[in-house]
Design a protein around this ligand. Sequence first.
Ligand code: UFG
Length: 353
Amino acid sequence: MKKILVTGGCGFIGSHTSLALLEKGYELLIVDSLVNSFPVVIEKIISLLNKSYPNIEKQIHLKKCDLCDLNLLKKVFQEFNSDKPISAVMHFAGLKAVSDSLSFPLSYWESNVLGTINLLKVMDEFDCRNLVFSSSATIYGFHEKKKDLKEDDFKKPFNTYGDTKYTIEKILKSLVQANRKDWRFAILRYFNPVGAHTSGIIGESPRNFANNIMPIINSVALRQREHLYIFGNDWNTLDGTPIRDYIHIDDLVEGHIKALEHLFKNKSKEISLNLGTGRGSSVLQLIKVFEEVNHINIPYKFSPRRDGDIAYYVADNSLAKKVLNWEPKKDLHEMCKDSWNWVSKNPYGYSKQ
Ligand code: UFG
């Protein structure tokens, strides 16, 4: 049984990936500062698995640790590494709210970049040099033409959050270029992850409310807010609202598992891949599907464009499909259904559990 260290494993993407890693038989140490997540998610993961996998709780461990605390991070590695070495790190930890990154840039540089440098230093010290990194499509920045984004397209992030992700990508590449040690990196650039585990037992539940469209649609569906404000209906798209590439969390998770296995097969030293479905949907299309699938009316109003928004952001995912033999399977209907299934069963997320 290989050991994997998962940073940010209590968050949305980290928790769903941890569940899948456990099902695959890995032993996990989750390292999470818990600033934007809840530890109860570990109990939920165990409850989902313990019927099929008795003693699963012995396979998952949680340490509260901020990656900026280098000394604590070293101790955590030492402890988990003692009987058998850690084979790889899946690195999800980081701050991710675009607007906050513009208001509090130092926190973003510190948590994301300094946190990653600390992680890499400690990994190096313990001879663990396989890393799957959670990056973002936001690193591509503005594009004039409505074309699907390819991994080698021009990159110019336009917010501090995107800058930190792009900077980390450059740090990882510099380690490969230095060619002094056998580092292997899979850099995964997410488009718009939505949905939840089909059980409705785990899902997205940040401590700080996420201003992304799906959590907002859900809060309108819960009647916690009256309307959704659509940011602009004058974009150059089929119905005037922006197009995004929404991807179900299950497909995203599968991409991570395959990327990890790709590293273990020593197939490449560094690979950057877009994880999106390659299919774009407008805001109005998303609302319509959510309403149809869940039989709930979502009232909306148009408001001015949001600063920093873009008309069209869709992945060319052909490289990920080819390299990982990966195929996203779930459509917008399943994304909307699973998202509402989780939220309707857990209107306060994990906060009141
Ligand atoms: N939108 C609204 N009203 C809202 C919220 C969003 O109309 O209340 C619209 C936005 O204008 C955009 C679409 O819904 O057209 C999606 O917006 P999100 O905020 O959900 O997502 P973004 O595409 O803006 O950004 C997300 C992540 C970023 C990531 C990016 C990569 O939040 O971190 O996808 O594609 F970098």
